[in-house]
Design a protein around this ligand. Structure first.
Ligand code: DOR
Ligand code: ZN
Ligand code: ZN
Length: 445
């Protein structure tokens, strides 16, 4: 099976190449990149005006399987990812049961093999059952193929247990993905501690809830030579602490989610639980600091924290609703609209933060567009404007505050391992027509 992508603008963060070129894919591999490839292929894609970028790599998704299949499954989650331009996604272990041993990791990989068109990689729990009492079987999980450990959904509050697990991760070459939240300080907070929470009469979550654990985790990782990746950073002080710590330690990286750089607490106009996530939407100054952190490369990664929930779990009061929003099908458009189009980031930085850097963090040979590498690619049209249509989501979760939002930038096609796994409505038909027209032209000449 071969595919020829013609006339796109290749964006390769590994070599910093950014130029118009054709890309020939054969047997799952990028065979050739050149200004004009005349070779015949089984399938041709006309990508004029589009970027041909490395498939996005999401370090942070909740696929909910096993145990919460009513929210999402490996199949529906991976399908949503393909629609969003993602070719590799990393699943958090807060399932039921928790992914804390090798058998459970194997269950996910065996099932993913059957139901997913894209690469699903598993993250193992830090502690058994995410109960915070003793380290999970990290070494065995590593042998079964996990790419990181995380207690996401919470922090490990017992620092001694955490350090023990961190050292096992270090000795097994695994990064620790940290959800930074001091639960005792968070209490039953719902929204950012600030004017919006007050206005709605809801308990707040202060910035310190995140910042104290960011500080703690950096200190612990530095002292023990641990590779630490900070999940969903939301505060200005987090960015400052990361910038400071990076000067004196290696292996520290951080991610920000599209909702945290797109919205602030001021955008919460009513009691709508689609604005409820953990960490919460922060103040405008925090949003500004996150964008600056992304621009200055203090923040390495854009990850979704795709957190699907059922209609019932979100269609209730702010106080009672579950934390989290879906993100796989909106991430690329929000990133392009909010950061690239507004000139916070270059298109190359977008590719670095959505593909190249995340791949490096988990040590996989992905995130580039280069001859000889796996053909995991996304064709992205930066000019296409549209409204986000939640009813078109293939994720089971429809919980997003972005329904109806106007965005610019659209995933036109996703190719994983040399196979077309997604094509935007109309894109394939349009391509066939364009190719026919081109052939007619050639005949006339
Ligand atoms: O909003 C969130 N949802 N934050 C988390 O940390 C967990 C996640 C979930 O699992 O739903
Ligand atoms: Zn989290
Ligand atoms: Zn999460």
């Amino acid at each position: 099976m071969s595919i020829l992508i013609r006339n796109g603008i290749v964006i390769d963060p590994a070599s910093k190449r950014q130029e118009q070129a054709d890309v020939l894919i054969e047997d799952g591999i990028v065979k050739k990149i050149a200004p004009q490839i005349t070779q015949e292929a089984d399938k041709q894609i006309e990508a004029e005006g589009c970027y041909v970028m490395p498939g996005f790599v999401d370090l942070h998704v909740h696929l909910r399987e096993p145990g919460f299949e009513y929210k999402e499954t490996l199949e529906t989650g991976s399908c949503a990812a393909a629609h969003g331009g993602f070719t590799t996604i990393c699943a958090m272990p807060n399932t039921k049961p928790v992914i804390d041993n090798a058998d459970r990791v194997s269950f996910v990989y065996n099932k993913a093999n059957v139901v997913s068109d894209i690469n699903i990689l598993q993250i193992g729990a830090v502690t058994k059952g995410q109960a915070g009492e003793e380290p999970a079987d990290i070494e065995a999980m590593k042998k079964a193929g996990i790419v990181a450990i995380s207690e996401d959904g919470k922090s490990v509050s017992n620092t001694k247990v955490y350090v023990e697990a961190m050292k096992i991760a270090r000795d097994n070459g695994l990064p620790v993905f940290a959800h930074c939240e001091d639960r005792s300080l968070a209490g039953s907070g719902v929204l950012n501690a600030g004017k919006k929470a007050e206005e709605l009469g809801l308990e707040g979550i202060s910035n310190a809830v995140e910042d104290v654990i960011v500080g703690r985790d950096i200190i612990l990782a530095r002292e023990n030579g641990v590779q630490l990746h900070l999940c969903h950073c939301s505060t200005a002080l987090s960015v400052e602490l990361i910038q400071y710590a990076k000067k004196s330690m290696h292996g520290l990286t951080a991610e920000v989610c599209p909702h945290h750089f797109t919205l602030s607490e001021d955008d919460i106009t009513k009691e709508d639980a689609n604005y409820k996530m953990n960490p919460p939407l922060r103040a405008k100054e925090d949003v500004q600091a996150l964008k600056e952190g992304l621009k200055n490369d203090v923040i390495d990664v854009i990850a979704t924290d795709h957190a699907p929930h059922s209609f019932e779990e979100k269609n209730c009061s702010m106080k009672n609703a579950a934390f989290g929003i879906v993100g796989l099908e909106t991430a690329a458009a929000l990133t392009y609209t909010e950061l690239v189009d507004k000139e916070w980031l270059s298109i190359m930085q977008m590719a670095e933060k959505m593909s190249y850097n995340p791949a490096k963090i988990i040590g996989i040979d992905k995130g580039s567009v280069q001859e000889g590498k796996a053909a995991d690619l996304v064709i992205f049209d930066p000019e296409k404007e549209y409204e986000i249509d939640v009813s078109a989501f293939v994720s089971k979760g429809k919980n997003t505050p972005f329904g109806g939002r106007k965005v610019k930038g659209c995933v036109m096609a996703t190719i994983c391992g040399g196979q077309a796994v997604y094509s935007a409505p109309g894109f394939a038909e349009k391509n066939i027509k364009k190719m026919k027209d081109a052939r007619e032209q050639i005949k006339k000449v």
